[in-house]
Design a binder for this molecule. Structure first.
Ligand code: NAD
Length: 290
């Protein structure tokens, strides 16, 4: 397929590289990131989109996505699919999809889970919103870049699934970290705590697969001095998106709200920026109740 790819940063770069390796013709555009091997460099976002059957975007946020969409949509041939894989607010995803449809295109919101490791290995999970036909067109490409693509519903449903998942992740990470911090103060060995919880009703992905305690459980960013992994500021971004969506939809999400506030303090008022989101454990372990 002839593919346009806009935003070739930490995630977009390896995703585009995997499409090239599978034999697709990829033209890319990024304001600063270098093109991966085999990706033709375009002079603008519109130039990358010209003549493409599918255009992927992998950008920092909804405002940038909206600005890029205005440029890209008129350049795409009728019937082509605009597929945004960034994590953005549900409203931006729906607004861009409406503009694409009005211009005779189809649009998908297809945020991912799996991080840079998953993007490089081609094992991402895609959560996809948009029409059936567009999903069917892009599915072979999702299969190259990922291990699973779930069609979640109409436009915006992919972003909705992503922020609900990551709200659970943020809340669960904090719960796991505060339980370790309490266990420390009760004199309970962290390895014993892991052995019990990972096989008891407190188990979770954050405990079992991504344990925030160094030297305990499988290897995780905690074993690498809390280098990300998944950075605390990206967790904060997703928690804020979940709270923005909760407010717009009038949904009561008290734990999500608390998690967003705690990560905001950690990243913006303390030393959390640039650390993995599991570095919440040393932060909590160093503190006292009052
Ligand atoms: P990144 O900052 O490494 O990449 C974004 C790229 O977009 C940059 O290279 C930047 O130069 C480019 N860009 C910005 N504005 C542009 C414009 N107007 N035109 C063209 N290019 C432009 O970020 P990333 O880690 O690759 O994340 C991308 C998206 O994926 C984000 O929405 C993020 O929330 C989401 N995400 C990231 C991870 C992760 O672990 N990094 C995991 C899941 C989802």
């Amino acid at each position: 397929m002839k593919i346009g790819f806009i935003g070739l940063g930490n995630m977009g770069g390896p995703m585009a590289a995997n499409l090239v390796k599978a034999g697709h013709e990829v033209t890319g555009f990024d304001l600063s990131a270098p093109m991966p091997e085999g990706v033709a460099k375009a002079a603008s976002a519109a130039a990358a989109a010209q003549g493409a059957e599918v255009v992927f975007t992998m950008l920092p946020n909804g405002a940038i996505l909206r600005a890029v969409a205005v440029e890209v949509i008129p350049a795409m041939p009728k019937g082509a699919v605009l597929c945004d894989c960034s994590t953005v607010d549900v409203e931006s995803a729906r607004a861009v999809a409406e503009q694409a449809v009005a211009a005779g295109l189809a649009a998908l919101d297809a945020p991912v889970s799996g991080g840079v490791g998953g993007a490089t290995a081609g094992t991402l999970t895609f959560m996809v919103g948009g029409p059936d036909a567009a999903f069917a067109t892009v599915q072979p490409l999702f299969d190259i870049m990922g291990q699973k693509a779930v069609h979640c519903g109409a436009s915006g449903a992919g972003q909705a699934a992503k922020i609900c998942n990551n709200m659970i992740l943020g809340v669960t990470m904090i719960a796991t970290c505060e339980a370790f911090a309490l266990a420390d103060k009760l004199g309970l060995d962290r390895s014993r705590m892991f052995d019990v919880v990972s096989t008891s009703s407190g188990y979770s992905w954050t405990m079992n697969a991504y344990c925030p305690a160094p030297g305990v459980g499988p290897t995780s960013p905690a074993d690498n001095d809390y280098k990300p992994g998944f950075a605390a500021e990206l967790m904060l971004k997703d928690l804020r998106l979940s709270q923005q969506a909760a407010e717009a939809a009038d949904a009561d999400t008290p734990m999500g709200q608390l998690a967003a506030a705690l990560y905001a303090t950690f990243v913006e008022a303390e030393d959390g920026r640039g650390k993995d989101f599991s570095a919440m454990l040393p932060r909590l372990a160093a503190r006292h109740r009052g």
